[in-house]
Design a protein around this ligand. Structure first.
Ligand code: AMP
Ligand code: MG
Length: 420
């Protein structure tokens, strides 16, 4: 049986980065930029005021103080969005609003607070300057954020809200990004019932398709739920067919040694099994392979298929360990590793058979250290143990377990890969 690391290596060997496509900027959050973005414009486009105040010549403020204000003649008002036609001559000032272009002749802006405006009538044609002001004060220079012609965002960056804003500031409404993979999800099992249906005796609701679809969304893919196949090969094949245009196929259940565990048989017939079973707990029976389908142009398409173990916790863990990095790689991401921390374990975890154990834990920071405690019973069917957890404590395969007080590595479930 192969290790978690070997399994991931075999998966990533078979996964390629997808193509780029032009996409509206708001749809690109979390995607990787597929082109260098240069600016055609200066931002800001013109020198403009950082304050509400008066645009003046700094020389005119020489010696000004509260006791001896310098009185200037107000010749115009400059507002954001238009350019004042007036020019500031010696002895004059232009009332100016934040963001308004600085008028000709002015070399600084005096804030309202440093004038006697509040003591004057609204109609006053004069203003008293109460402080000396240096050249350039309260002026934002043209191009101080972005200069025309410069490289603003490089190919390969992950688009976050700040990048969306920067793109908008350049007037880009669409951008080239590596596209999101479509991930088709099929549940298997005669006992599994759709959540829209009534539950009869002996049946359970299909939770795996939904937890897996939610994970696909979280990591940037597009889930396509294919429904539920019964434990017959033909049913699996028929249900899988509408997913053959997807970039990834996921099944859950039907990969153990039971009589009805048919996913491997279908894989072997329709493609290739790359591996089956990994030294991990839970989720050992996971299978990975390639389905060979006919592409649109007639050639063979190789579609990676992840046969996740059926137990609800196992499915989610198999996804985090194996599908998540594959999706991220397809999307052109470089960092595929979920952040881990070191925590003091507050319970005992046993590792009886040399697998890598992933225990659901609640991590808390107290002082400078992290502490981790088990969420409760750790059965692979106890999905609420995932709902309670914010981390997975990892017991290495070569350790018989961890004891209370030992340091453990914990994979943080809600921290994203972009965080170093
Ligand atoms: P299997 O490997 O198919 O025997 O499934 C292992 C366990 O996971 C069984 O107890 C199944 O009932 C359960 N299971 C399988 N598929 C699902 C599903 N889609 N949603 C919830 N539980 C499932
Ligand atoms: Mg089953």
């Amino acid at each position: 049986m192969i290790s978690v690391d070997q399994a991931l290596g075999k998966i990533l060997d078979r996964i390629d980065v997808l193509e780029a496509e032009e996409s509206p900027i708001l749809g690109c959050l979390g995607q990787v930029l597929a082109e260098d973005i240069f600016s055609r414009i200066n931002i800001p486009p013109l020198h403009n005021s950082a304050m509400d105040g008066y645009a003046v010549r700094s020389a005119d403020t020489g010696g000004a103080s509260r006791q001896s204000p310098r009185i200037l003649r107000v010749i115009d008002t400059a507002t954001a969005g238009s350019i004042s036609k007036s020019e500031v001559e010696p002895g004059t000032a232009i009332r100016i609003m934040t963001g308004a272009p600085v008028p000709k002749g002015a070399d600084c802006v005096v804030r309202f607070e440093d004038t006697d405006e509040s003591e004057r009538q609204k109609s006053s044609a004069e203003i008293g300057i109460l402080t000396e002001v240096e050249q350039g004060l309260n002026i934002r220079l043209a191009g101080e954020d972005i200069t025309a012609g410069s490289l603003v965002l490089s190919k390969g960056v992950v688009i976050r809200p700040a990048e969306v804003g920067v793109l908008a500031s350049l007037g880009c409404s669409t951008v080239k990004v590596i596209r999101r993979p479509v991930v088709a999800i099929l549940a298997t099992g005669d006992e599994v019932v759709d959540i829209e249906q009534p539950l009869s005796e002996g049946k359970i609701y299909n939770s795996n398709s939904y937890s897996v679809a939610a994970l696909v969304l979280r990591y940037g893919g597009i889930p396509k739920i294919l429904g539920i196949a019964s434990d017959i090969e033909d049913s699996l094949l028929a249900r899988l067919r509408p997913g053959l245009d997807a970039d990834v196929l996921i099944t859950s259940g039907g990969v153990s040694l039971g009589d009805y565990d048919i996913v491997r048989e279908v894989l072997a017939k329709e493609g290739e099994i790359v591996f089956w079973r990994v030294r991990e707990k839970p989720g050992k029976p996971v299978v990975f392979g390639i389905i060979k389908a006919v592409g649109k142009a007639g050639g063979v398409r190789n579609i990676p298929l992840f046969g996740l173990a059926g137990n609800p916790v196992s499915s989610m863990l198999n996804f985090e360990l194996f599908v998540r990095p594959a999706i991220l790689k397809m999307m052109g991401k470089k960092n595929l590793t979920k952040p881990t921390i070191e925590a003091v374990m507050e319970n005992t975890i046993e590792n009886t058979d040399g697998r890598r154990v992933f225990a659901r834990v609640i991590v808390e920071k107290r002082g400078r250290r992290y502490f981790a405690r088990l969420t409760g019973p750790q059965g692979s069917g106890i999905l609420t143990s995932m709902a309670l957890a914010n981390g997975l404590a990892i017991v290495p395969e070569d350790k018989p377990g961890v004891k209370e007080g030992d340091l453990v590595k914990v994979m943080m479930l809600d921290w994203n890969e972009e965080v170093e």
